[in-house]
Design a protein around this ligand. Structure first.
Ligand SMILES: C[S@@+](CC[C@H](N)C(=O)[O-])C[C@H]1O[C@@H](n2cnc3c(N)ncnc32)[C@H](O)[C@@H]1O
Length: 434
């Protein structure tokens, strides 16, 4: 039979007879799929790592252990439902039962181009999302920027050119423009750059800030070597292939140039009398909200979530700065006794790994500071933060469990309008190029 191609993937067609023969032998290595959609009634066998019959709407699966099915479906970027006989899925016992026939409804969940490591992405130009993002997130304050400028100056860094990697709405580029003669603001996503363009209008028209679409990993192919004095990567390293990006950063940095990477994680209720009740409630709201996007993705997306989660869990200690390229590496951490990831292991369907690439010569400074980047939120502030956390969160999607947690949280905060103090776990990594 002819191999079938769909969405760039190839599937090997096998005969129905062979499918039955395979399904009646011992548990086959891979599930066999029989389609009854418009393509025909032949049996299709997914090729290595491929998904079953992309574009096929209804599949019948023969002789398949349900746990294998769940594992397989979890790695495919489609919305799946199984039934109707299996309506209590996924709560039914799934470990060893063999079913003779399962109907699976499949509809494509996301375009294949979105199933990439760039999952922090707004597909549309959406100024409202970014206005909310900026209002809900911590504000990087003047003393924080000054500490970076001081480090840079103490290493004889110049102030001709700065580069804001993963600029998003461009707030860091705006600040850098007050200290450097020129600034490049780059991002992998054009829709984010369109928002930055809108927000940074006059800085762009006066050629103070230049917007560039490129990934951090590819930055050296669109910028001259030794052209930049300071590179900032704010709130984006967990989204990026760090070793490739840091190599690219070192190429475009001048000698004595500074690399400043920072990241903040999950909000912390800062007042001791509120933390024990409010923090677990906020964390379960974040877990419930994140688990919907983390657990639903395809294999590439899942790999990207794992990378991001491992890095946040490691407080970015896994980001390696080799001593042949970088000197005076400093890792300044605030509130590091709190977990960094925005969600806990409950939201993840993979194992989380903590690791460290910190060298002996590096300086690590830790501070507990309840007022660091303080925000003062009522319940609406908490909700706005949760919604603006990921571009893919759906504000119209009501979830009763989340709503009831919000009600509990309102009570624990002292009422809906009560204002509570919030701080953040933060890491700032500074390194000077040799
Ligand atoms: C959470 S936002 C941070 C925006 C801003 N820097 C801030 O501090 O608020 C992360 C940004 O990184 C960008 N990004 C993700 N992967 C990237 C990559 N590989 N290279 C460059 N930018 C990337 C996203 O498009 C997004 O705009």
């Amino acid at each position: 039979m002819e191999p079938l191609s769909n969405r760039g993937r190839t599937f090997q067609a096998i005969s129905e007879q062979e499918c039955h023969r395979l399904s009646q032998s011992d548990k086959p290595d891979k599930p066999q799929w029989v389609s009854n959609d418009s393509i025909g009634s032949g049996a299709y066998k997914p090729d290595e790592g491929g998904s079953p019959c992309a574009g096929v709407n209804c599949l019948q699966v023969y002789e398949l252990y349900l746990k294998d099915l769940l594992e397989l479906l979890g790695s495919i970027p489609y919305e799946w439902s199984i039934g109707p006989w299996c309506s209590n899925w996924p709560d039914s016992p799934i470990t060893s039962t063999v079913f003779t026939s399962v109907n699976v409804e499949a509809t494509p969940k996301m375009a294949s181009t979105e199933d990439t490591s760039s999952f922090f992405k707004r597909a549309d130009y959406n100024k409202d999302y970014w206005d909310n993002y900026l209002a809900a997130r911590p504000h990087y304050d003047k003393p924080f920027y000054q500490s970076i400028y001081d480090y840079h100056k103490s290493h004889d860094g110049l102030t001709e050119m700065a580069h804001d990697v993963g600029t998003g709405p461009g707030q860091v580029a705006t600040e850098l423009a007050s200290h450097f003669s020129r600034v490049v603001a780059s991002d992998i996503n054009t829709t984010h750059l369109a928002v930055a363009e809108h927000r940074l209008g006059s800085l762009i028209s006066s050629h103070k800030v230049n917007l560039v679409q490129c990934s951090a990993e590819e930055i050296a192919s669109s910028h001259p070597a030794c052209s930049t004095d300071l590179i900032v990567a704010a709130e984006c390293l967990p989204l990026i292939d760090a070793s490739r990006a840091i190599h690219a950063f070192s190429t475009i940095l001048k000698p004595n140039g500074t690399l400043a990477i920072w990241f903040y994680g999950r909000p912390i209720f800062a007042e001791p009398e509120f933390v024990s009740e409010c923090q677990p409630l906020l964390e379960s709201i974040l877990d419930l909200t994140f688990s919907k996007v983390i657990k639903g993705g395809g294999p590439q997306e899942k790999a990207a979530w794992k990378r991001a989660t491992d890095r946040m869990t490691s407080f970015l200690d896994d980001v390696e700065l080799t001593s042949d390229v970088w000197r005076d590496v400093e890792r300044r951490k605030w509130n590091a006794k709190h977990a960094m990831p925005f969600y806990g292991p409950e939201a993840c369907d993979f194992e989380i790994t903590r690791s460290s690439a910190i060298k002996e010569a590096e300086k690590v400074v830790e501070k507990q500071e309840a007022g660091f980047w303080e925000r003062r939120w009522n319940l609406a502030g908490v909700k706005r933060f949760v919604l603006a956390n990921m571009p893919t969160f759906d504000k119209d999607q009501q979830d009763e469990r989340v709503e009831s947690k919000y009600q509990e949280l309102a009570q624990a905060m002292g009422g809906e309008t009560a204002i509570r103090s919030i701080t953040w776990p933060v890491v700032l990594i500074l390194a000077s190029q040799i």
